[in-house]
Design a protein around this ligand. Structure first.
Ligand code: MRU
Length: 350
């Protein structure tokens, strides 16, 4: 797979009727691309974090359904829609927290239903999935531009987890804002948190920012307070897996701690996410937090770092309440509190 310097890394792509992805479990040691021709493989890739990050799994789900139409032997529209529904359920069951997965799958299912013939449905599904991937990049760039005005020359920006090119198709959400800030001529530095337990910050954010020539420093998650108390950080920007209309933000475990610490030190805390991450239907208390296996916490890589048979609590995400958030940056503008008023307005903007 080629690297595109203007888009940085390309995380997921449709090539010759196959889905090609960077295997993110191998980063930063190896840059390996995997190719799939079966939607079940895409489902497994989402479950095992070969591909991860809310927008990236939304587009991967759509590409999974594109594979499903090619795999289907259906002779009628009804049979094909039934095969697609089966694939949708398998893909949907992989990860519960990021709303983008359901959004991507629903978008494809809706377009599939409009096709009159088997051939037409196949064409519509594949073309729509490909377009969603391209639109993801455009959306990130618009979001980046909207967010860049909130950052100043010589800012040092903290980010948590990976909301970069690797969490999207390319360019990134939170890291897209940082990229756009640099592209607007401002000089910025980045502090990336390690993001235990599976280290998306050190393995992915530090990797992609270094790859793109940013001045990036890595801190352990436990040094967030130190960094803020000692004036090492001016602003924070993170991504999101789901934002509900009250402005409660669900993102990688530890985000709530970073936001609380930012409030304590008077540091602006921004969230960057596309409208596809906003869930207008569910309330904060309805959102399912994915719980992951204990071995992610009892070891680092292959090395055991905890006693045998220890009980582990390993939530993959947490919720940051709106009072800790200075603004939500989207491709349609920046929403500010009260979010119940500003978020719906984003959907009305052209
Ligand atoms: O478990 P992950 O790696 O999929 O979690 C990813 C995050 O929490 C990201 O911050 C979020 O998806 C935003 S990505 C643009």
């Amino acid at each position: 797979m080629e690297e595109n310097s203007s888009h940085s890394l390309r995380t997921v792509e449709w090539k010759n009727n196959r889905v090609v992805m960077i295997d993110q479990t191998k980063l930063p040691n190896e840059l390996v691309f995997v190719e799939y021709d079966d939607f079940n493989q895409v489902a497994e890739a989402i479950k095992t974090l070969i591909v991860r990050g809310a927008p990236a799994i939304g587009v991967s789900g759509a590409f999974g359904l594109a594979l499903a139409v090619l795999q289907s032997k259906a002779a009628t529209k009804d049979q094909l829609l039934s095969d697609l529904e089966n694939a949708r359920q398998i893909l949907y069951s992989t990860r519960p927290t990021a709303v983008n997965l359901g959004w991507g799958l629903e978008k494809i299912m809706n377009i599939a239903k409009t096709g009159e013939t088997v051939e037409k449905i196949k064409e519509l599904v594949i073309e729509t999935a490909k377009r969603m991937a391209e639109e993801d990049i455009e959306i990130n760039k618009a979001m980046g531009k909207n967010g860049s005005i909130l950052f100043d020359n010589d800012d040092t920006i903290m980010t948590h987890c990976n909301a970069g090119a690797l969490a999207t198709v390319a360019y990134g959400t939170a890291l897209g804002v940082i990229r756009a800030t640099r592209e607007s001529g401002k000089n910025v530095k980045v502090i990336a948190t390690e993001t235990r337990p599976i280290q998306q910050g050190s393995r992915l954010t530090a990797f992609e920012l270094k790859h793109d020539g940013f001045d990036v420093s890595l801190v352990p998650d436990t040094a967030v307070g130190y960094s803020m108390a000692n004036g090492l950080v001016n602003k924070v920007v993170v991504g999101a897996d789901r934002i509900v209309k009250t402005g409660h933000v669900f993102n990688k475990i530890g985000t709530y701690q970073v936001a609380t610490m930012a409030k304590q030190h008077g540091i602006p805390f921004y969230v960057a996410a596309p409208l596809s991450t906003i869930d207008l239907k569910n309330k904060a208390e309805d959102v399912i937090i994915e719980m992951r296996k204990g071995t992610e916490v009892t070891g680092i890589g292959d090395k055991k770092t905890a006693p045998d048979d220890i009980n582990v609590i390993n939530p993959a995400f947490d919720m940051t309440p709106p009072e800790l958030i200075s603004g939500i940056i989207t491709e349609k503008g920046v929403a500010r509190a009260p979010y119940e008023e500003s978020i719906p307005k984003l959907f009305e903007a052209n």
